[in-house]
Design a protein around this ligand. Structure first.
Ligand SMILES: NC(=O)c1ccc[n+]([C@@H]2O[C@H](COP(=O)([O-])OP(=O)(O)OC[C@H]3O[C@@H](n4cnc5c(N)ncnc54)[C@H](OP(=O)(O)O)[C@@H]3O)[C@@H](O)[C@H]2O)c1
Length: 243
C-alpha cells in the first residue's frame, strides 16, 4: 500500500467504529494518527497501523489537554488533512436519577471536545485551503431517547456546531459533515439486555444491526474528492430506523 501525503486524525481508533474507519483510511493510502484513552488501546492502534501512522493517549474528558496534544502532532511535522471525531460514550439514566457529573462528563466527551479538536486543526486547514471534518453523531441526536438525556443533548448539539462551522469554512475548501449511525454491532451496545435488544431490533426495518465497516465506508466517501461539494450534512445509516 502506498501512503500518500495525507494524514487523518481519528479519535477512539482502538476499537469499534473508529478502528474500522482507521483501517479503511489506511487502505486508501492515508496515514492515520489514532487515539485511545489508555496504553493498551495505543498498542492495538500501533499494531494495525504498522508504522503508517501512530497511536497516542487522549482523554476527551480532559478538555484542557486536547489542544496541547494535537499541537504535538504538528510539532512532529504532521499536518492533519482529515479530522474524524469518532470517540464517544453513553451513560444512560433517567433525568431524575442523573447526577451532575454524569451530565457534565457526557457533554464534555461527546460535544465540548469537538470544539477543541476542530479548533486545533482548522487554522492549518484554512492555510492549505483544504480539509475534511467528519464527526460520528447518532440517531439519538435526531430522535431523542428516554434515559439518554445527556447523550442526546450532546449529539444534537453537534448539529448546530457542524452546520455553523460548515458555513464558516465553506469558501476555504473545507467540508464539515456528520455520519449518524443507528444500532451498530460494537462494544457500545454490549450492555443492552435481551429485551432492549429485541425491542430495538423490531424497530429496524432491515431487521439487523449495522456493521462498523458500513459506517466507515460513509466516512471514507465523505473524506474523498467525490464528496467535495457536500458540506453541513448528516448521512444517516440505520437500516431504515430513522428517515
Ligand atoms: N455502536 C452504536 O450502536 C452507535 C450508534 C450511534 C452512534 N455511535 C457513535 O459511534 C462512535 C463510536 O462508537 P463505537 O460504537 O465504536 O463504540 P465503542 O466500541 O465503545 O468505542 C468507543 C471509542 O471511544 C473512545 N472513548 C471513550 N471515552 C473516551 C474519552 N473520554 N476520551 C477519548 N476517547 C474515548 C474509546 O476509547 P478507549 O477504548 O481507549 O477508552 C473507544 O475507542 C461514538 O461517537 C458513538 O456515540 C455508536
Amino acid at each position: 500500500m502506498k501512503i500518500t501525503t495525507k494524514t487523518a486524525l481519528v479519535t477512539g481508533a482502538n476499537k469499534g467504529i473508529g478502528k474500522a474507519i482507521a483501517i479503511k483510511l489506511l487502505e486508501q493510502g492515508i496515514r492515520v494518527i489514532g487515539t485511545s484513552t489508555n496504553k493498551y488501546g495505543v498498542q492495538t492502534i500501533n499494531k494495525y497501523l504498522k508504522k503508517n501512522g501512530f497511536g497516542f493517549i487522549l482523554d476527551l474528558k480532559d478538555t484542557n489537554s486536547i489542544t496541547e496534544k494535537i499541537k504535538e502532532i504538528y510539532k512532529h511535522k504532521y499536518s492533519i488533512d482529515i479530522l474524524v471525531n469518532n470517540a464517544g460514550v453513553k451513560l444512560d439514566k433517567l433525568l431524575v436519577h442523573m447526577n451532575n457529573t454524569e451530565w457534565e462528563d457526557i457533554i464534555k466527551i461527546n460535544l465540548t471536545s469537538i470544539f477543541y479538536t476542530s479548533k486545533a486543526v482548522i487554522r492549518s486547514m484554512i492555510k492549505k485551503k483544504e480539509g475534511r471534518i467528519i464527526t460520528i453523531n447518532s440517531i439519538i441526536g435526531y430522535t431523542g431517547n428516554k434515559g439518554q438525556i445527556n447523550y442526546s443533548t450532546a449529539k444534537s448539539g453537534l448539529i448546530g456546531f457542524h452546520k455553523s462551522l460548515a458555513l464558516e469554512v465553506a469558501s476555504k475548501g473545507i467540508t464539515v459533515n456528520m455520519v449518524a449511525p443507528g444500532l451498530i454491532q460494537t462494544d457500545f451496545i454490549k450492555n443492552l439486555n435481551i429485551f432492549q435488544y429485541k425491542k430495538y431490533l423490531s424497530n429496524i426495518p432491515m431487521k439487523r444491526l449495522g456493521k462498523a465497516e458500513e459506517i466507515a465506508d460513509a466516512v471514507i466517501f465523505l473524506s474523498s474528492k467525490k464528496a467535495s461539494y457536500i458540506t453541513g450534512q448528516t448521512l444517516h445509516i440505520n437500516g431504515g430506523m430513522y428517515m
